[in-house]
Every structure is written in C-alpha cells, then in structure tokens.
Ligand binder design. Structure first.
Ligand SMILES: NC(=O)c1ccc[n+]([C@@H]2O[C@H](COP(=O)([O-])OP(=O)(O)OC[C@H]3O[C@@H](n4cnc5c(N)ncnc54)[C@H](O)[C@@H]3O)[C@@H](O)[C@H]2O)c1
Length: 402
C-alpha cells in the first residue's frame, strides 16, 4: 500500500479494451508498489451516457463525463489517459498538454507522422513546465522483456547480428467479420502494421538499444470489402440470408518487412491478422556474437537464453523463469515461481509513469520515442507502395527542433 499523501487525479478517455486494462492497472498499482504518489481514479469519459455510467461503476471510477474536453477543463484532473482509437489521440493529447495535464497515450502515438510530430513538439514545450508524457507500449514492461534489454545492455549477447520478430493474430480471417474501426485507415491509421507491428518495432528497438534505419516491405489486404458493422449500417452483419451492406477495407491485413538497425543488425518483422490459429502470438529472437535470447508472449514468464561463453559441453538454451524477486518488477508480486500475466504489464506501466511524474523526470517511451516508431511505420508503408524499394526511416526531428 502506498505510504504517500500525494495524489495524481486521473481522467481516462475510452472504456473498452484498453480502458479496462488501464483501469485494472490504476486500481492495482498503489496496492502493489509503494510509490511517491497515489493514483486516484477521478473521471472516466465515453460518449454514451448509460454505457459510460456503467463503465465507471464496473471499472471503479468516481465520476463520468461524455465529453473528453471536461477532463481538460477541470482543475482537479492531473493526468489524462488516452485509450481511444488513433484518430482522436492527437486532438486530445494536444489539448491536455496545453492545459498542463500529464498525458499517457495508447499506441501507436498517432495516425500520421504529422500528428506524431505535433504531439512530440507539444510534449517538448510542456516538459519545460514540468508536464510529462508517455506512450503506452506496455510490452516493454513484461519482466522477461525488460530482462532481455538488461542482458543486451550488459553485453551478455555481444554484438547483435539478427533480430527476428513476429506478431500474429487471426481475428479477421473470416471475410464476413465486419468493417470495425481497426479496418478503416481514417480511424486507425494503418492495419496490422500500426496495431501490432508497432509493438514489435518498439519492443525490439527497446531491447537492442538500436533503431531501425531503413526497410524493404510488402503489405497486403487479403479481404478488400467487408460487411458494415451493425451499429454503422443499422443492420446486423447478415440478416436472414440478405447480404449486409459492405464497405472497403482501407488498411493492410498483413505487413512483412526486412530492416537494418543502426548498430549493424539485420532484422525481419511480420505482423498479420491472417495467421490462422495464432490468437496473439508475439515472438522475438535476438542473436548476438555471444548468445541468443528468445521471448514468446504465450509463455511470458519465461526467457530462453543461450550463453555461448559457457564451456562447449554445457551450451544449450536455458529456460529462465522470470519470477525471482531480483527480476524486473517482480519484488512486489508473489513468491518465486508464482507466475504473472498480461495485465501485469499495465500495472508496471502505471508504476513507472507515476514514479516519473511524482519525481519530476520524463517517463519512457517518450512521445519522441513513439514518433520514431511512427516514422518506421511510415517508411514501411512507403516502401510497400514503391514495390518494396529500400526506404530510409526519416529523421525524428520534432517541429520544435526544426
Ligand atoms: N497496448 C496494447 O497492447 C493495446 C492493445 C489494444 C489496443 N491498444 C490501443 O489502444 C487504443 C484503443 O484501442 P481499444 O482496443 O481499447 O479500442 P476499443 O474499440 O476497445 O475502445 C475504444 C474506446 O474509445 C471510445 N471512444 C472512441 N472515440 C471516442 C471519443 N471521441 N471520445 C470518447 N471516447 C471515445 C470508445 O467508445 C471505446 O470505449 C488504440 O490506440 C489501440 O491501438 C493498445
């Protein structure tokens, strides 16, 4: 239980998938970690009065509103937590930063590079006034992933030669699956690329400490028309055999690319929503001159480590159960061997965010870090449009720095 009297009053926008995950983390974080400030779940925002009232009750928020501008205008909100689709990230974040609120924004940071640059510039200006911002790439906070980064930073892998990353799902294999916001470019920015590809871009750059400098990519939209969702067409997706109205899918279903990292490594990335049987399969392997590490989200408490410096007769992949008190984030949880899950990555995210804000330091990943991911997404898209031609990732100069 937190021993501090200092409060951070949080206002969160969006109450569905990420809204629920963030709520769970805000509810839990001060009960697990002793932090320099206590998060207070002050206000939740959604557009539908009945639904947001229910969400406030169910998820543990003190009050609700149907207009995100209320969060910005109220003096008794310190933090704005953005859990909406990408088309509203920039508008909400810019208003919140201008009003002096600390901002936690879901990934990808924005739908376009221009928006991400504007958000990063605004974060730079706000920082000078002590206002903090962070993008919510939660997989960095899985203890085994944080440990991978430490092994690389400690030189245990030697020179990094290869990065192999996949993030695979299958939820739209059925061509009758409706045209939800994630399949619309104006709402989501891109498809599998920005939704799940962004995670493995951030994760691998975080672990290796190297940035992607150039890419050659292919993308594909396998199903180009889909039934309109019931709420936008006024009809169920298919009624009594009558075909529902359809609309065009305007994002990629899958993106595959090769990349160079600026420390000399070669990398491959695959993000797909058409990997039949793969529900949420994120796997990363990193090969260095002295060893290899492998992470698989379906076994998130484990890290595979091959240490090539050991005597030849003892070499082999070791399965490390990342549940010791000495492992990242684990000292506050359960005794060794008592495993944790997906939701804990969000609790760790809130822990680091609260600690940084309360201590007056910048949390990571910053908006500038997330802008760099956005620039990689943009390079992938441009390369795919140009027949996979080699495409450099543009420099991450912010508008303020130009
Ligand atoms: N970190 C992760 O692992 C992870 C996982 C899933 C989604 N995300 C990201 O989180 C964000 C939200 O995704 P989701 O899966 O929670 O989507 P979702 O569709 O489940 O929820 C979106 C929520 O935003 C609300 N909303 C939309 N526009 C709004 C507006 N103008 N004002 C107020 N509320 C509004 C909706 O009513 C809904 O409650 C996206 O940026 C997505 O990429 C991150």
């Amino acid at each position: 239980m937190s021993t501090t009297d200092k409060e951070l009053r949080v206002g969160m926008v969006g109450y569905a998938f990420m809204g629920a995950a963030h709520s769970q983390a805000w509810r839990t974080v001060n009960r697990v970690y002793d932090l320099p400030a206590r998060a207070r779940m002050a206000l939740i925002c959604g557009r539908d009065t009945a639904k947001v009232a229910d969400a406030a009750d169910r998820l543990g928020w003190e009050a609700y509103t149907t207009d995100w501008r209320d969060l910005i205008n109220r003096d008794d909100i310190d933090v704005v937590d953005i859990c909406t689709p990408g088309d509203s990230h920039a508008e909400i974040a810019l208003a919140a930063l201008a009003a002096g609120k600390h901002v936690l924004c879901e990934k990808p940071l924005a739908n376009t590079v221009a928006e991400a640059r504007a958000m990063t510039a605004a974060a730079d200006v706000a920082r000078a006034a002590g206002v903090r911002s962070m993008c919510a790439f939660n997989y960095r906070r899985v203890p085994a992933v944080t440990m991978m980064r430490q092994l690389v930073a400690d030189g245990r892998l030697g020179v990094i030669r290869h990065v192999r990353a996949v993030y695979l799902q299958d939820w739209i294999v059925d061509p009758q699956f409706p045209l939800v916001w994630r399949l619309q470019k104006d709402r989501a920015g891109s498809g599998a690329l920005g939704d799940i590809g962004a995670h493995i871009i951030d994760l691998t750059q975080f672990v290796t400490g190297q940035r992607i400098s150039g890419v050659s990519a292919v993308t594909e939209t396998f199903v180009k028309e889909r039934p309109l969702p019931a709420e936008s067409s006024g009809l169920a997706a298919s009624v009594d055999g009558h075909a529902a109205p359809t609309g065009p899918v305007t994002v990629d279903d899958a993106a595959v690319f090769v990349a160079r990292l600026d420390g000399g490594a070669l990398a491959t990335y695959e993000a797909s929503r058409f990997a039949t049987g793969r529900k949420n399969a994120l796997r990363v392997e990193i090969n260095g001159s002295l060893g290899t590490v492998v992470f698989d989200l379906e076994r998130l408490n484990e890290l595979e480590f091959y240490d090539a410096t050991r005597p030849a007769v003892e070499q082999g992949f070791n399965r490390i159960l990342v549940t010791e008190g000495e492992h990242p984030y684990m000292s506050a949880w359960w005794p060794p061997g008592h495993i944790i899950g997906y939701e804990h990555s969000f609790t760790h995210e809130m822990r680091d965010f609260i600690e940084a804000v309360a201590n007056g330091v910048d949390p990571t990943p910053s908006f500038a870090d997330a802008l760099q991911v956005q620039l990689v997404l943009d390079a992938v898209t441009r390369s795919a449009e140009l027949g996979s031609s080699w495409t450099e990732v543009a420099p991450a100069l912010t508008a303020a720095a130009v």
